[in-house]
Design a protein around this ligand. Structure first.
Ligand code: SF4
Length: 353
């Protein structure tokens, strides 16, 4: 069987055709493409920590961290480096392979840069992959972060270009694309996706997928979020998106970006187990364990672990395997790691779950 070629020339009508396939045909196709590039029973697990919360000057209508809306969110200053490193260590112990740090900024200032660069160096020295989301970056900032060892930069396009100014007015789509270009030029990997259920239509979902799939390099990670409606934000009472439309979006993301990790991201807590399993079947192969992972009592992470066991899913090993030998060595290392950390798939446990 020849592998599906990786394309960067998708048309809007091709993406509409995929989104409108009979559901079973679409999911079958997505799962077939998925198996050409990934172990279908592995899901990559990342942990996200907010290093600076709230009071953001941007006006993203979905975001409780925007200073434009009153959501009762407690603002926090930039976390101390020691605290970030301690939490990264805890995440590593719980099986996370990548540690993502997010700050609610329009872009980092000159004063912020030495702190974030030091954070990158220290988290990286723990053997974790590092990811940051800090807002817009110019070429110099992207270069400095890459030099400090940052592996991934997250910068979402959120939606289609035509729907963008219904959601955000304090920056443009082109600003986003410029930052993505700066990140790529600096040699970092890109994490870029969007949010569904913001009142957009199918054309907007298709437009976003086309934009992502036609970037010169596909983002290595593509977070597909379901809007979490937060009281006090302008999207608080927007109409719910049909969950099957969400699964369709994941499936098409998998087909048009076959080698990227498609991440089931925000909104996962609101989904039942069956919905999450459908998303995995449609090609999602990455999740976030939330910050609650880092607290000792963590029912959310336990629930994720049980779901993985029930579905026979294993957390993906650290790093990316490129050859069969590397993959095999990585799997052995991951199995050892998971066994030591009680995340290893256990058939007996699954039977009783
Ligand atoms: S830039 Fe980020 S933190 Fe700021 S309002 Fe938008 S989504 Fe929220």
């Amino acid at each position: 069987m020849t592998a599906t070629p990786i394309r960067h020339d998708w048309t809007l009508s091709e993406i509409h055709e995929l989104l409108e396939l009979p559901f079973n045909d679409l999911v079958f196709r997505a799962q077939s493409v998925h198996r050409e590039h990934f172990d279908p029973n592995e899901v990559q697990v990342s942990t996200l920590l907010s290093i600076k919360t709230g009071a953001c000057p941007e006006d993203c209508k979905y975001c409780p961290q925007s200073g434009h809306y009153n959501t009762g969110l407690e603002k926090e200053k930039l976390l101390e480096i020691e605290k970030v490193v301690a939490e990264a260590r805890a995440a590593r112990e719980k099986g996370a392979s990548r540690f993502c740090m997010g700050a609610a900024w329009r872009s980092p200032t000159k004063k912020d840069m030495p702190y974030v660069l030091d954070m990158v160096r220290q988290v990286k020295s723990l053997g974790l992959e590092t990811c940051m989301t800090l807002g817009m970056l110019n070429e110099d900032q992207a270069g400095e972060l890459a030099e400090a060892g940052l592996d991934y930069y997250n910068h979402n396009l959120d939606t289609s270009e035509k729907f963008y100014n219904h959601i955000i007015t304090t920056r443009t789509y082109q600003d986003r694309l410029d930052t993505l270009e700066n990140v790529r030029k600096a040699g970092m990997k890109v994490c870029c996706g969007g949010i569904m259920g913001m009142g957009e239509d199918e054309d907007d979902r298709a437009g976003l997928l086309m934009q992502l799939a036609n970037l010169p390099h596909h983002p290595e990670s593509v977070p597909i979020n379901m809007l979490v409606k937060v009281a006090g934000t302008p999207l608080d009472d927007v109409e719910d998106l049909d969950p099957f439309e969400f699964v369709r979006t994941i499936a098409v993301a998998r087909i048009v970006m076959p080698a990227s990790h498609v991440r089931l991201s925000a909104g996962r807590e609101q989904m039942n187990d069956q919905m999450q399993a459908l998303c995995f079947l449609a090609g999602a192969n990455s999740i976030f364990y939330g910050e609650k992972l880092l607290t000792t009592s963590n029912p959310e992470a336990d629930h994720d672990r049980q779901l993985f066991n029930r579905l026979g899913i294993r957390p993906e090993q650290r790093g990316e395997a490129h050859t069969d030998e590397e993959r095999e060595a990585g799997l052995i290392e991951a199995m050892e790691h998971e066994r030591n950390h009680h995340l290893f798939y256990n058939a007996d446990e699954r039977k009783s779950a």
